[in-house]
Design a protein around this ligand. Sequence first.
Ligand code: B12
Length: 307
Amino acid sequence: MDTYKIDHVARLTGLSKHVIRSWERRYDLLQPVRGDNRYRMYSEEDVDLLIYIKRQLENGFAIGELARLGRQNLIERMRSSTVRAGEAEEPPLNRINNNLVSSINPLDKERFIRILNEGVSLLPFEQVFYKIFVPLQLKVGDMWHEGKIGVGVEHFVTNQIRQKFLAFLNQIPVSHQGPKVVISCLPEDSHELGAWMVAYLCSMNSCQVYYLGAKMPIKELGAFCTLTRPSLVLLSCTGKFSKREVKSITEDYCNLVLPACPIWAGGAAMESLGKSFTQNGIEVLGSMHVLEDRLKRLSHFLNPTLK
Ligand code: B12
């Protein structure tokens, strides 16, 4: 089961870290455990409970009143209210996701855009990303892989997600002092969602983001880095590669002329590329959590005045 650090919980729930800590301390409503990294890690149940409590507050309950019920009672109420909502009416997120998929095949553009807009306005961005964009991209990719929709519909949907994502990214205040980070996919790789997540995490951690995205030729990446002098190159890699391809891809990245600029990489392709990357000085990061941690430390190291 996934666990989350407090920053992540704050983004998922729309509550401030201060509020989460105080509900934890004063009311004993949450049960984080210490992770290997020594951070307090919160469970999905903690996140669901916080969202449930937030909704109850919006409906006029007071936090003291809810806290008196205790964690276990609240969880039981949360579960039974979800079941009841399910009996009477589909939960809003399921309805949105189902309607999005049904408006793709056959394509009903107006309906698709209306539902996507509704979804985006309903939740904090990070939840929109994980609970609407990722499932939608998985579904539309699978439908294309299975031949149920054509390239046109897949591109249309992917571009709608891209537009929404970029509109959000553009709202994050731009840091002019944070580390410069260039983000790219592999040369033949059009799988972009991982790279978007990387861009999002970089922006949230005060980096100056240069997003190059899908299908980036390695030589051109080198030229771009010579021009922009980044502090870091981040690769998001999908695909499976033969031994020969692994060798040539690794060599091409290692031949980039990047004085004092490390390359970090992640994504599903690390299964075939990871070992060779690691042996050749490209750092392989196991997950987005690890990346987030590293970005925080990098931003702080390069500019201790950044919060
Ligand atoms: C959507 C999709 C597409 C879309 C891509 C749209 C786009 N602009 O992104 C389209 C339809 C274009 C497409 C095309 C192809 N696809 Co496709 N596609 C998918 C699908 C359905 C979902 C991928 C996705 O978005 N996942 C969601 C993201 C969030 O997951 P992720 O990328 O893995 O990222 C996570 C981690 O890997 C990690 N991560 C990612 N990047 C980074 C970076 C760092 C630094 C870190 C720390 C972590 C990290 O964090 C993320 C969150 O956990 C998968 C199948 C599936 N159900 O997964 C197939 C899949 C990836 N595709 C596949 C293939 C083969 C192709 C094609 C080559 C098929 C073909 N014959 O033409 C083409 C061509 C693509 C090309 N040239 O690159 C294969 C790959 C097989 C393999 N082992 O390599 C898959 C697995 C399908 C399959 N089962 O065969 N595809």
